[in-house]
Design a protein. Structure first.
Length: 277
């Protein structure tokens, strides 16, 4: 199996290097990742300036082909799948992210977006993240993800086939057959309670914008905030908080089908015609 690996923390981050090391040696690994950190870039593309890619020699282990790109995770996935990698890719991994990607964080996540772009391009994909530790935001134990990756590898063909479309409709013909978001608690592997398949939860922040001033007295603003407690159960947020690895299947369709049906029944927009009063 040929696995393309990307991330948003940059090609030299420990998370992506650990992920590459975790993939059993019998698989082919190619890496296309940002040359510098690209956290919280979401699904952004670089369109108004050229991208540059340079090959990285002796990356992690023998046999790994690696490229560093002057762009976002989505740029990297696109270049890897469409330009830099000649050998057909079977699945795309994104991560391991330094910090969890749960609930409302997903649209902002470069890690999830790298996997999302692969899924949009027709490839199975999995995003991997490790949660922050409360006592140190820079200390990460990636062993729970390493363990899961090694357990997942023999199961990947089965997982990919599980969701293959029975018929090539417009929606599923364009997408990959698998898009998973995986988050692990930041603890030794022995302390992980298990794996839970759960839906995406909610995560909201307070004090999202912090005003300040620079050294010249001009106003500046920091984006961040603190997580607000939300009453929820059986979600990715609660699973990781309870010491489990969360696995959440994701999809491209953002349609609100309940509202779609209500608008159709009420005919709210049916009478609107250009040129009428």
């Amino acid at each position: 199996m040929h696995i393309l690996v990307t991330n948003d923390d940059g090609i030299w981050a420990q998370g992506i290097r650990t992920l590459v090391e975790a993939i059993p040696a019998e698989h082919t690994v190619s890496v296309v990742a940002p040359e510098s950190p690209q956290s919280a870039k979401g699904h952004s593309l670089t369109m108004h300036k050229p991208l540059r890619a340079h090959k990285v020699d002796d990356y992690v282990r023998p046999g790994v082909t690696a490229w560093a790109v002057s762009g976002t995770p989505v740029d990297c996935a696109m270049l890897g799948l469409d330009a830099l990698i000649d050998q057909p890719v079977d699945v795309v991994f994104s991560g391991i992210n330094h910090g969890d990607n749960l609930g409302d964080d997903l649209p902002y996540s470069g890690t999830v977006s790298g996997a999302y772009e692969a899924f949009l391009s027709g490839y199975p994909s999995i995003a991997f993240s490790t949660a922050f530790r409360r006592d140190s935001i820079n200390a990460f134990d990636f062993e729970p993800v390493v363990w899961l990756v090694q357990k997942l590898m023999p199961l990947l063909p089965q997982l990919i086939d599980l969701n293959k479309p029975l018929s090539k409709t417009f929606t599923n013909a364009l997408n990959g057959s698998l898009f998973l978001n995986v988050n692990a608690p930041n603890c030794p592997r022995s302390e992980v309670k298990g794996v839970r398949v759960v839906p995406q939860g909610r995560r909201r922040y307070t004090h999202r914008v912090t005003p300040s001033v620079d050294q010249f007295g001009a106003p500046i603003y920091w984006i961040g905030g603190e997580v607000l407690p939300i009453d929820q159960s059986n979600t990715d947020v609660t699973a990781v908080a309870d010491g489990y690895i969360s696995v959440t299947p994701l999809s491209i369709d953002l349609t609100d089908y309940v509202l779609l049906e209500k608008l159709g029944q009420q005919g709210t927009f049916d009478s609107l015609r250009p040129g009428t009063a």
